[in-house]
Design a protein around this ligand. Sequence first.
Ligand code: PLP
Length: 388
Amino acid sequence: MKLAERVNRVSPSLTLAIDAKAKAMKAEGLDICSFSAGEPDFDTPAHIVHAAKAALDQGKTRYGPAAGEPKLRSAIAQKLQRDNQLCYSPENILVTNGGKQSLFNLMMAMIEPGDEVLIPAPYWVSYPEMVKLAGGTPIIIPTTVDARFKVTPEQLREAVTPQTRMLIFNSPSNPTGMVYTPDEVRAIAEVVVEQNIWVVADEIYEKILYDGAQHLSIGAVGPEIFERTVVSSGFAKTYAMTGWRVGFLAGPVPVIKAATRLQSHSTSNVCTFAQYGAIAAYESSQDCVAEMRSAFAERRAFMLEQFNQMKGLTCPSPEGAFYMFPSIAEVGMASMEFCDTLLETYNVAAVPGIAFGADSCIRLSYATDMTTIQEGLNRLATLLKDLA
Ligand code: PLP
């Protein structure tokens, strides 16, 4: 069958493939310990659910403005001002179907054939594919475990060409959990301004921080960087709202207007009553965020302690998100082969690093219960012993 050429430009998702395999094995009755989830294992906090139910009862069931409910755009602008020192008004905000659609809309609005987009690796799986779909060229900048998977200002400068349009900057990072320090953020901002490019700051994990790590929004570094920054974020990770599909894009008005125009001809507004849940998320107590963070922190500490006792793994301690990204370089196996063996023989699902542009690593999500974590790590330790 003849399909559009653009379909061939994108690779199928390896993360979904491993997840599907693990689920099929579970359905066959096998006891699988899964570390593959990219979503919090908690229920959405009750007050957010109630707000959406109340919105349904009040008839918030119709089409709304493509850019989002005015009340939500205003709540997002206030949040960005309050938490991130970013001076936006509602017209700088587009409410999207999750952070994924906000990034997609942005690429479609700003990237053209011939444009290069800088993507430090390890990266979130969808970045290069979205750039390719928009006709652009992803330029992958590899980083190392020793550099704590962070790109340096020198690396960025070297990667810039006359075709460079944008840098994708994700901190805290999926898949590494690394958080750039405020000084590191300032140094990256300096290069972006000096090289006259744009930066899209994917800040979807900004509230999931440990060990006193601080998140500085790159756009807050100064007026020059602010003008060339677009923020992409959402409610999925912070408020356990993955299925609600609410996210946003924040940036200069012409960018937001362009992305809104595209969205108005594709998905239109985000589910109206879901937006009322999102308003409650920002306008109510943030205790639920602290509670989820402390559960993640406990699991993270346990995993780090276990990793330290395993031979064959090197894992820099992540300061954010809910992922561990240990290197398996010492084992001498490619990440796909390692994860296949781990799943098929030891019944543990982890995501091969190759999906994120780092074939010597694997990703383990700790958005799962302690019992699964304990049992899964025992099995991982057994595999490493068997391979030694
Ligand atoms: N950005 C990163 C780094 C992510 O890990 C994800 C989800 O896994 C997203 C964006 C998109 O999240 P959502 O579309 O669920 O809001």
